[in-house]
Design a protein around this ligand. Structure first.
Ligand code: NAP
Length: 470
């Protein structure tokens, strides 16, 4: 094999998925001047940035400022963006193998984990992933419908996504209208009748997965009281011993402190209430053709394999509600031609090198980073270190010459292929124009942007600019 990573034979890498892990992988590769790398970053949607655009809550604009870092990566020599290109549909993994020395899959975990309880699919019971996509103007969820005309909504899960959706249901119209929430969602949320949002955690306050700023925020809402039953924050002896032990992290201790403070509050008579309940699992969702109530089982904590697990006590309670948002984590979707670990819902890999099967070696030239490599955990920054591990392996394979041997490594080959397949891709310049247009639409209303929702709208906008440029 001729040496790769020279000015005559630059390292050509395709990255599939332009969320944080995709951009961090691109940054780590392009920073390494010695590799003379060229990176083509693909995304199935026209806009880049994955969950930073389509997941982060609209009332958390500061978190989205990480986009500036990704824009710097996009400005590096050797970077190109191909939005609106779905790998496995518009181009196949096999096509990429013929064009690049290496492929890095950074597609995230795109779907929800199931609860596996009766009534889970009744109208009115939704995965939090679709609610999040809907309020964030994700094109896949634009047509979703949420009946917000009920008095009580139940959110299942105790992670940060559960916090986000509970808060979004409790924001006032005034608070929402300062954000980049999709217009269709603002309109519906403005008319909601929901007065109470109950959040169910299957374990106790010391086992909650949310982090301190996110739980604290629920106590600072403009027009919603937070309610915690004092009995729920009396910890069982094992949890109490745990938070007093060396093993407990600060986040857990502070979460418990915040929840104890909430439990001592008198409601201020605000228009809505967010009720946080613990040791409570959904057992069944019931209703005649749509969600009308949820059966909640009371748990106790038992020690099992060094962890405290929720065990059903058999005690039951029914809660009337019209909306259930299931927020119990994400899982990955397999890509045709990429080995997948069905049990874990991830691409089969070791430290970012994709494996052919559980007991065989590296599928040469194939890598992965981010949630689809390690699972749906951590904050945005966690993906930087994660992508570095993967890129370190990739660059070691450049050194040893164990990469793919593409038939057509020249940069124009992928453009020719997309033209042949009739795919209108979105370049980073196209995206910047769409971005500016969105920001411009927000300005008169004092909003950071008004997002385009439909892919066609975005493409039309990019096409109009291309015509204007000529
Ligand atoms: P998560 O943090 O893994 O939380 C999932 C929650 O679902 C846990 O409380 C879990 O309880 C519960 N759960 C799982 N199976 C359940 C079942 N069968 N019945 C009842 N409850 C069940 O997942 P996430 O909230 O989707 O968040 C994903 C990642 O994104 C996290 O790392 C999160 O911190 C991050 N994120 C961060 C922000 C932010 O920084 N503001 C915002 C959103 C998301 P157990 O612990 O008992 O399993």
């Amino acid at each position: 094999m001729t040496q790769i990573g020279t000015p005559e034979n630059p390292l050509r890498v395709a990255i599939v998925g332009s969320g944080p892990s995709g951009f961090y992988a691109a940054e780590h590769i392009l920073k390494n001047d010695a590799a003379h790398a060229q990176v083509d970053l693909f995304d199935r949607l026209p806009p880049p940035f994955g969950l930073v655009r389509g997941g982060v809550a609209p009332d958390h604009p500061k978190i989205k400022s990480v986009i500036r870092v990704y824009e710097k990566t996009a400005a590096r020599e050797g970077f190109r963006f191909f939005g609106n290109v779905k790998v496995g549909h518009d181009v196949e993994v096999g096509d990429l193998e013929r064009l690049y020395h290496a492929i890095v899959f950074t597609v995230g975990c795109e779907t929800d984990r199931r609860l596996g309880i009766p009534g889970e699919d009744l109208p009115g019971s939704h995965a939090a992933t679709s609610f999040v996509g809907w309020y964030n103007a994700h094109p896949d969820y634009a047509e979703e419908e949420f009946d917000l005309s009920c008095e009580r909504a139940v959110v299942i899960g105790n992670g940060n996504v559960a916090m986000d959706v509970a808060r979004m249901l409790a924001l006032t119209d005034h608070e929402l209208r300062q954000t980049d929430t999709a217009d269709h969602a603002i309109e519906m949320l403005d008319r909601k009748s929901i007065r109470e949002i109950v959040v169910l955690g299957r374990r106790g306050p010391a086992q909650a997965a949310f982090t301190n700023p996110e739980i604290k925020e629920l106590g600072e809402m403009e027009d919603a009281d937070v309610v915690v039953d004092p009995a729920d924050v009396e910890l069982d002896p094992a949890s109490q011993a745990f938070i007093e032990s060396e093993g407990a992290d600060k986040t857990t201790r502070v979460n418990v402190e915040i929840l104890r403070e909430f439990s001592g509050r008198e409601p201020e008579g605000k228009r809505r209430r967010i009720v946080l309940r613990f040791l409570s699992s959904p057992v069944e969702i019931q209703g005649d053709g749509k969600v009308e109530r949820i059966v909640v089982g009371r748990n106790e904590l038992v020690e099992e394999g060094g962890a405290l697990r929720a065990k059903d006590t058999g005690e039951r309670e029914e809660l009337e509600c019209g909306l259930v948002l299931r927020s119990v984590g994400y899982t990955g979707i397999p890509i045709e031609g990429v080995p997948f670990d069905e049990r874990r819902g991830l691409i089969l890999n070791e430290g970012g090198r994709v494996l052919d099967s559980h007991d065989s070696g590296h599928k040469v030239g194939h890598y992965t980073a981010g949630w689809i490599k390690r699972g749906p955990s951590g904050v945005i920054g966690t993906n930087k270190k994660d992508a570095l591990e993967t890129v370190t392996q990739l660059l070691a394979d450049v050194e040893s010459g164990t990469l793919l041997e593409p038939e057509s490594p020249e940069p124009s080959a992928v453009e020719d292929l997309l033209a042949e397949h009739g795919v209108r891709y979105i370049s980073f310049e196209d995206w910047q124009a769409i971005d500016q247009a969105e920001v411009g639409r927000g300005e008169p209303h004092g909003r950071p942007r008004v997002k385009f929702v439909r892919v066609e709208e975005m493409l039309e906008h990019a096409d109009a600019l291309d015509v204007a440029d000529r």
